[in-house]
Design a protein around this ligand. Structure first.
Ligand SMILES: C[S@@+](CC[C@H](N)C(=O)[O-])C[C@H]1O[C@@H](n2cnc3c(N)ncnc32)[C@H](O)[C@@H]1O
Length: 271
């Protein structure tokens, strides 16, 4: 595959969407913005002074939008409100796993809430994502991710489809786990297209495989086990007969609360 650091437009995406769109701040303290910066005050500070993501509760269903300072802002690269845009800062290693193909592991200790890497690739329209997904069989590796964001009480959720199959970054090697150590957050920098960003859910030791939950669901009740039973629909429901069961793949994450199957996005199988 071809390596890219950031998302690139896939077929049928309008190139204009990728231009700088957001205004820049005019903060006087050029070393770093503070809470009065319009980029920060709009949704609250996302990062602490060590660059750790503290403005988001990964276990909450409510996601606060994250907006970093951008090229048009007057602040410098040292600004506290610039993290994901600096790219990968932790040592990561691709390795062959026993039963999941390749995986990605930490080559150094990673502190909780650190930015680890983006999930970058071709940005697809719903139609292209659906067509590519439907061509896959359950023995093909599926790299297409759909991230659904709620944008308001009455508004339709906004979906972003990223496909690093042919063009992508190291995020494409992150496997699924029902008990993950990463969580996914959409972060915006220069325009409305999110950087799909992976942060550490807890402290991670050197050599640990990096994983996230492909369903995006990391509720506490799913992670904290009681007698091996978990309560969410995704976890408890076996594939239904009328589902596209041929697309379902067995999960080999090996965690004690494993639901047995990899999550898949129903919307890509609906017309
Ligand atoms: C984004 S890729 C992950 C990297 C992939 N293992 C590779 O070798 O390139 C997703 C694919 O990896 C495999 N995979 C990921 N997590 C898995 C798991 N927990 N159990 C079994 N297979 C998994 C599945 O084939 C899935 O479609």
């Amino acid at each position: 595959f071809q390596y890219v650091k950031n998302n690139i437009p896939g077929p049928d995406r309008r190139i204009k969407e990728y231009y700088e769109q957001f205004e820049g701040c005019k903060c006087k303290d050029m070393q770093s913005c503070n809470s009065s910066c319009p980029c920060i005050s709009r949704f609250g500070a996302a990062y602490d002074s060590n660059g750790l993501l503290t403005g988001v509760d990964p276990f909450s269903r409510k996601m606060v939008p994250i907006l970093e300072c951008n090229l048009r802002c007057q602040c410098k690269a040292t600004c506290v409100n610039r993290v994901v845009q600096h790219g990968i800062r932790r040592k990561l290693e691709v390795f062959p796993t026993a039963s999941k193909g390749f995986g990605l592991r930490a080559a150094e200790d990673i502190v909780q809430n650190s930015f680890v890497c983006e999930y970058a690739g071709e940005l697809l329209t719903h139609e292209v994502a659906r067509d590519r997904t439907r061509k896959l069989t359950n023995v093909d590796l599926n790299y297409i991710i759909a991230v659904h964001e709620g944008v308001g009480k009455d508004a339709e959720p906004r979906a972003t489809y990223v496909d690093p199959t042919f063009i992508g970054n190291v995020g494409r090697f992150v496997n699924h786990s029902c008990s993950p150590n990463l969580y996914m957050v959409p972060v915006r920098v220069k325009n409305n297209i999110p950087h799909i960003s992976l942060f550490a859910l807890r402290d991670i030791r050197t050599g640990e495989e990096l994983t996230y939950d492909y369903s995006g669901d990391i509720r506490r009740d799913k992670l904290i086990l009681t007698n091996g039973h978990v309560k969410t629909d995704h976890v408890t429901s076996p594939p239904k007969v009328n589902e596209v069961t041929t697309q379902r793949k067995p999960c080999h994450c090996g965690s004690s609360n494993c639901c047995g199957w990899l999550p898949f996005d129903q919307t890509l199988y609906q017309d």
